[in-house]
Design a protein around this ligand. Structure first.
Ligand code: CP
Ligand code: NVA
Length: 320
């Protein structure tokens, strides 16, 4: 296998840890340019293949609109409709798509499949969510906090209330990389993976971010500057639904929990929400909800990531 020297993958947010300050700056600038109608077609002639094994509203749409806004083109490819669904290998799919497109984003069940696709693709591969991480989500989340805190992460503390899942894994690494203090409250038995915790703590050495884990949601939220939650039952965890609903019962983000946070604290949710489970209607729809800005920022963050990977134009697509 020949690997292009210019190929760069984003399988984990740690792959772009050093780029985060610049990505956030570019995402804000691209947001302002879009609002002024001043975006330039910097990805003209570039093509993004988007392979989805699971449903998506935000990730799919934001990638597609991001490519169109920047003069490029995106193709939605459901894994069920590809020959992948009939047993063509990930490796062969990666090699063929790399002859057609300039980058591939992939929403997968298994992180091992993400790694396999990246191994064989000769164009950049971007993780659009798998069972281990959701890196693009966290770029938009950091952008949302960055905007509300006027560009300062230091001195603010984010509390996570919920599952030790893919979103938390990327958030731990992302917070550590930018120097944001993060206290994660998860039910016993639903801790984030220890290797991801270790990686986050290692990254935090350089930025002096405090990364903490607890099983007490009230303790995590007390005095926090923002609260972030996600579904109790992620895609792929449906068989555990009943057990999870019992385990997560004390982990709802509601008005009483929000009362413990700083008076200026706001609430983040990556969406889709299961209203009445991890978050109540009054909080998600209330004045302290940042979830809608956060969803919009997926578009601007996606553009910054695509720009990083696809511009300036690399050598002509590899022929093997
Ligand atoms: N937050 C997020 O990734 O949403 P989708 O599943 O709709 O893409
Ligand atoms: N943790 C959730 C995130 C959805 C965007 C899931 O994996 O289903």
């Amino acid at each position: 296998m020949t690997v292009s020297p210019r190929k760069r993958d984003v399988l984990s947010i740690s792959d772009i840890a050093g780029d985060l300050p610049e990505l956030l700056r570019r995402a804000s600038r691209l947001k302002a340019e879009r609002k002024r109608g001043a975006l330039r077609p910097i990805l003209r002639g570039r093509h993004l293949a988007m392979i989805f094994e699971k449903p998506s509203t935000r990730t799919r749409t934001s990638f597609e609109v991001a490519m169109n806004d920047l003069g490029g083109h995106a193709l939605y490819l459901s894994s069920k409709d590809l020959q992948l669904g009939r047993g063509e290998t990930i490796a062969d799919t990666a090699r063929v798509l790399s002859r057609f497109v300039d980058a591939i984003c992939y929403r997968a069940y298994r992180h091992a499949d993400m790694v396999e696709l990246a191994r064989w693709a000769t164009v950049p591969v971007v993780n659009a969510l798998d069972d281990l991480e959701h890196p693009c989500q966290i770029v938009a989340d950091l952008q949302t906090m960055h905007e509300r805190w006027r560009g300062r992460f230091r001195g603010h503390r984010l509390a996570w209330v919920g599952d030790g899942n893919n979103v938390l894994h990327s958030l731990l690494l992302g917070a550590a990389a930018v120097g944001l203090d993060l206290t994660a409250a998860v039910p016993s038995g639903y801790d984030p993976r220890p290797d991801l915790m270790d990686a986050a703590r290692k990254l935090a050495h350089g930025t002096r971010a405090r990364i903490e884990l607890t099983h007490d949601p009230q303790a995590a939220v007390r005095g926090a500057d923002a609260i972030y939650t996600d579904v109790w039952v992620s895609m792929g965890d449906e068989a555990e639904k009943a057990a999870r609903e019992t385990a997560f019962a004390g982990f709802q983000v509601n008005a009483a929990l929000l009362d413990l946070a700083a008076p200026t604290a706001f609430v983040l949710h990556d969406l889709p929400a299961h209203r009445g489970q991890e978050i109540t209607d009054d909080v998600l729809d209330g004045p302290r909800s940042a979830a809608w800005d956060q969803a919009e920022n997926r578009l601007h963050a996606q553009k910054a990531i695509l720009e990083l990977l696809l511009r300036p134009r690399a050598s002509p697509r590899r022929r093997r």
